[in-house]
Design a protein around this ligand. Structure first.
Ligand code: MOS
Length: 728
C-alpha cells in the first residue's frame, strides 16, 4: 500500500529533534569512492556481450527533406551492421517533464545538425567512419536562422499589476535599459549516451537521464510501445544541467537499431553532437524599466523579453520569473515574445529564467541605485517583497533581507572605497553585489523505505546527477530511523522503483527527500506503537529505540521487515504560499585599464535555502552555480553561422566555460538557518539553480564600479569592456 501525503499544512519540525545527527551535516557522498575509482557504471561504461556501436548522422542542411540515404556509399566498411532512420527518429530531446515523444520529423530537417540516421557497426571506429561518409541527398528549403529578424513571432498576454503610466510618470529616478544574453550550452561533462538491449518485447535502456519517470513514457511513445515494456536505468549521471531532462536521439536511435539487429547497441554522442543536437539555452533580448520615488521605493518595474525556439517546441525560457516576486513595486509589467527560427532548439539549461533574467534585473537595479543616489544594498533592502506581488501569496519563511545585510557585513561592503578610486598598477579594482532568487516547489514523488535488522534500504527512481541525491536520501532515512549512514542503502534511477520527480528545477532533493521522509515517518509510528510510546516520544539513535521509560534495540521491534511506500505531492500550502530560495552575491574584480581583461578576485554568496540537508553538497551546488554565473558574465557564448544557424563553437575549447584559472580561490559560500514550513514536510528549499541566479550581475556591477564600463551585452569580453570604458 502506498501512503499518500499532500502538503496541506505545515508539519512538525521533526528533523530538529531527531537524534542521529546526520541531517544537515557535510556527510561525504556514499557514491564518492566509486566515482573517483572509476567503478561507478555510467551509461556508456556498460558494454553488454555482443554490443554494437552506433554513431549519429546529422543533417548538413538547415531545413528541408532527406530525399535519399545511400547505404551503398559505405557498404565496404568492415563490420558495418546497418543504417537506421525512419518515422520513429526524434529531431531533438524531449523538454523537461514532457512524458511524451519529442517531435518525430519523419525525414524532414528542421535545423542544421539534426540527427537523421544512425550508422551501426561492430566497432565504434567503423560506425564513425560510416556516419561521416554516408551519402545523404536533401531537398533544401529557405530557412530563417536569426531570432532578431525572424518573421514568425508569438506574443503572450502581458502580466500586469497597478497603473503603469501613473507610477512611471511620478518617479524621481528611472532606468530604461536593454540587455542581451547569448545562447548557452549545458556542457555537462559526460556526453549523452545510451545502451539499448531488447529481451523479447521488453526494452532495457541504460541512459544518462535526469527524469526516469518521465523518460520511460517519452521513450515508449517515441517507439510506439507500451510503457510497461520499457525499463530505464540511470544510476550515475555525469552532469545534466537540463540537457538530460528528456529522452533524446541517442536513446531512441539505439533502441530502434537494437530491435532491428537483435543485439545490444550503444550510442555515445561526440562532444560536437552534444552541442548541435541537444537543447541549448535561448539567447535573450531583455528590456527593463525601473522607477523609484524620492525615498528609493520602487514605483514601477517592467521586464519584457524576447527568446526563441524551433517551431513546435512548447518551451520558452521564463526570463522574468524571479523579477515577478523578488521586489515589490506599485506597478509591474511582464511580457514575452518567442521568435521562431531554425537553429538548434532551446530548452531548460540550468536555472532557466533566472540564469539570464536575474542578471539583467540586478544590473538594472544597480543602475537605478546610481540614478537615485542610493547605496545598491539599501535600494534592495527598501524593496524586498514580503509576499508575492503578482499572486498575493504569502512567503513561507524567507530571509532575503538577512542574506543581503549579513552578506554585506561579511564581505565588508560598507568599507569599500568610492567607485573608480582603487587601482593596483594598470588594474582597476571594484566591487559589486546582486540578489538571488529561484522559485522552489514540491513535485509529486514516491519512495519505498524498507527497514530490517540489517538496516534500511531506500528505493526510488529519483536520479543523482552529481547533486548528491545518494548522500541526501541516506541522511534523511538514517536520521529518521536512527541509523548510521553505513546502515542505509539508497538505490536510485531504476524505472521499476516508485516514481519520483527526477532531477530538475531544483526540486529533486526536497521532493524525493520528502517521500523518503514521509515513508520513514510512517515506519516510526509503527515502531512507537510496538515500543508502547507516543510517536512524539520516540527517540531513535544508532539502532536503539527509546520512548517512555523503555529502551530496546530497533532490531527487536522490526519482526522481519517494515516497509512503507510514500507518495508526496503539493497541497494547499502551494496555493496559499509562495516559496523561493533567496540569496545575495558579492564580487570583487580587477579590470585591466588597457586590455579590458576582467579577473574576478573574490566572491561571496550567502543563501536562504530553508533547511540545509547536506552542507557539503549544498555548498557544491551553490559554488558551482556562482562559477557558472561567472562564466555567463565573462566568457560563455554560443556562436551561430549566420548563413545556416549551425553552432560554430561546438566543443569545450571554443565554447568557454569558466576554467580553474578563471575562478578565484577566495569563494565564500554559506547558508542562513531557515525553516520554510510551507514548502514541504522537511522545511527545505531547492539550492541547485540558486547560485547561478544573479551571480553574474555582481561581477558586472563590480566591473562598472571599477572602471565605469557598463556592459549590457554578454559575455563581457575585453572588446566590450574596452568599448564601454571608452563610452564612459
Ligand atoms: Mo534543470 S535546467 O531543470 O536540470
Amino acid at each position: 500500500m502506498t501512503f499518500e501525503f499532500k502538503m496541506d499544512e505545515p508539519q512538525a519540525r521533526l528533523l530538529d529533534s531527531t537524534r542521529q545527527g546526520l541531517i544537515g551535516t557535510a556527510m561525504p557522498r556514499p557514491d564518492g569512492l566509486a566515482k573517483v575509482t572509476g567503478t561507478a557504471d555510467y551509461a556508456a561504461d556498460h558494454l553488454p556481450e555482443g554490443c554494437a556501436h552506433g554513431v549519429l548522422v546529422r543533417a548538413t542542411v538547415t531545413r528541408g527533406r532527406v530525399t535519399s540515404i545511400d547505404e551503398k556509399s559505405i557498404a565496404g566498411i568492415p563490420g558495418l551492421l546497418g543504417v537506421f532512420h525512419g518515422p520513429h527518429f526524434v529531431r531533438n530531446p524531449a523538454q523537461g517533464t514532457a512524458g511524451e515523444s519529442p517531435i518525430r520529423p519523419d525525414g524532414e530537417v528542421h535545423y542544421h545538425g539534426q540527427p537523421i540516421a544512425l550508422v551501426v557497426a561492430e566497432t565504434f571506429e567503423a560506425a564513425r567512419d560510416g556516419a561521416l561518409r554516408l551519402a545523404v541527398g536533401y531537398e533544401s528549403e529557405p530557412a530563417e536562422v536569426d531570432p532578431d529578424t525572424a518573421s514568425e513571432v508569438e506574443r503572450d498576454d502581458p502580466q500586469t499589476r497597478g497603473d503603469w503610466d501613473d507610477a512611471w510618470n511620478r518617479a524621481a529616478a528611472r532606468v530604461d535599459v536593454t540587455f542581451r544574453t547569448p545562447g548557452h550550452a549545458a556542457a555537462a561533462m559526460e556526453p549523452h549516451a545510451a545502451v539499448a538491449e531488447w529481451q523479447g518485447e521488453n526494452l532495457l535502456l541504460r541512459g544518462s537521464l535526469q527524469m526516469v519517470a518521465f523518460n520511460r513514457y517519452e521513450l515508449a511513445d517515441a517507439l510506439d510501445v507500451a510503457p510497461e515494456r520499457v525499463r530505464i536505468l540511470s544510476p550515475y549521471v555525469g552532469g545534466g544541467f537540463g540537457s538530460k531532462l528528456g529522452i533524446g536521439a541517442e536513446a531512441v536511435s539505439a533502441a530502434i537499431a537494437a530491435r532491428e539487429l537483435d543485439c545490444p547497441v550503444r550510442v555515445v554522442m561526440a562532444r560536437q553532437t552534444v552541442f548541435d543536437a541537444v537543447l541549448r539555452r535561448t539567447e535573450t533580448h531583455q528590456h527593463l524599466r525601473l522607477a523609484t520615488d524620492g525615498d528609493g521605493k520602487l514605483l514601477a518595474l517592467a521586464h519584457h523579453d524576447r527568446v526563441s525556439n524551433l517551431p513546435g517546441e512548447a518551451f520558452s525560457e521564463p526570463v522574468s520569473s524571479a523579477s515577478q516576486f523578488t521586489y515589490d513595486a506599485l506597478a509591474m509589467h511582464f511580457a514575452q515574445e518567442v521568435a521562431r527560427h531554425h537553429r538548434t532548439p532551446s530548452g531548460s539549461v540550468r536555472a532557466p529564467g533566472e540564469a539570464v533574467g536575474m542578471v539583467a534585473l540586478e544590473v538594472a537595479m544597480d543602475m537605478l541605485a546610481k540614478e537615485a543616489g542610493i547605496d545598491p544594498l539599501d535600494l534592495r533592502l527598501r524593496n524586498v517583497s514580503t509576499s508575492h506581488p503578482m499572486t498575493g501569496q504569502a512567503f513561507g519563511e524567507q530571509r532575503l533581507a538577512d542574506c543581503l545585510t549579513e552578506g554585506a557585513r561579511r564581505f565588508g561592503w560598507a568599507d569599500r572605497p568610492a567607485p573608480g578610486t582603487r587601482a593596483e598598477g594598470d588594474w582597476l579594482i571594484g566591487t559589486g553585489m546582486a540578489a538571488a532568487a529561484r522559485p522552489n516547489g514540491l513535485q509529486d514523488s514516491a519512495a519505498r523505505v524498507r527497514l530490517t535488522a540489517q538496516g534500511a534500504v531506500v528505493e526510488t527512481d529519483m536520479t543523482d546527477i552529481g547533486t548528491g541525491t545518494y548522500a541526501i536520501l541516506t541522511q534523511i532515512a538514517g536520521e529518521m530511523l536512527g541509523l548510521p549512514a553505513e546502515q542505509v542503502e539508497v538505490r536510485l534511477a531504476d524505472s521499476d522503483y516508485p516514481q519520483a520527480s527526477g532531477s530538475g528545477g531544483s526540486f529533486g532533493a526536497s521532493s524525493a527527500g520528502s517521500a523518503v521522509y514521509i515513508a520513514a515517518r510512517a515506519i516510526r509510528e509503527t515502531l512507537a506503537g510496538r515500543l508502547g510510546c507516543a510517536p512524539d516520544d520516540l527517540a531513535l539513535q544508532d539502532g536503539i529505540a527509546r520512548g517512555g521509560n523503555v529502551e530496546r534495540p530497533l532490531a527487536e521491534l522490526i519482526d522481519g521487515e517494515l516497509v512503507e511506500t510514500a507518495k508526496v505531492g503539493p497541497g494547499k500550502t502551494a496555493e496559499t504560499h509562495a516559496s523561493s530560495g533567496f540569496g545575495a552575491h558579492f564580487a570583487e574584480v580587477a579590470v585591466h585599464r588597457w586590455t579590458g581583461e576582467v579577473r574576478v578576485r573574490r566572491m561571496l554568496g550567502l543563501f536562504d535555502i530553508g533547511r540545509v540537508l547536506n552542507e557539503r553538497t549544498a555548498r557544491g551546488q551553490a559554488l558551482g552555480g556562482m562559477v557558472w554565473g561567472l562564466g555567463g558574465a565573462l566568457t560563455e557564448m554560443l556562436e551561430h553561422d549566420p548563413r545556416t544557424g549551425h553552432i560554430a563553437n561546438r566543443d569545450l575549447a571554443n565554447y568557454h566555460v569558466a576554467a580553474h584559472a578563471d575562478v578565484p580561490s577566495d569563494m565564500q559560500v554559506d547558508f542562513l538557518p531557515v525553516r520554510d514550513d510551507h514548502a514541504n514536510p522537511m522545511q527545505s528549499k531547492g539550492v541547485g539553480e540558486l547560485g547561478i541566479s544573479g551571480s553574474g550581475a555582481a561581477i558586472l556591477n563590480a566591473i562598472y564600479d571599477a572602471s565605469g564600463a557598463r556592459v549590457l551585452e554578454l559575455p563581457a569580453t575585453p572588446d566590450k569592456v574596452i568599448a564601454a570604458m571608452e563610452r564612459a
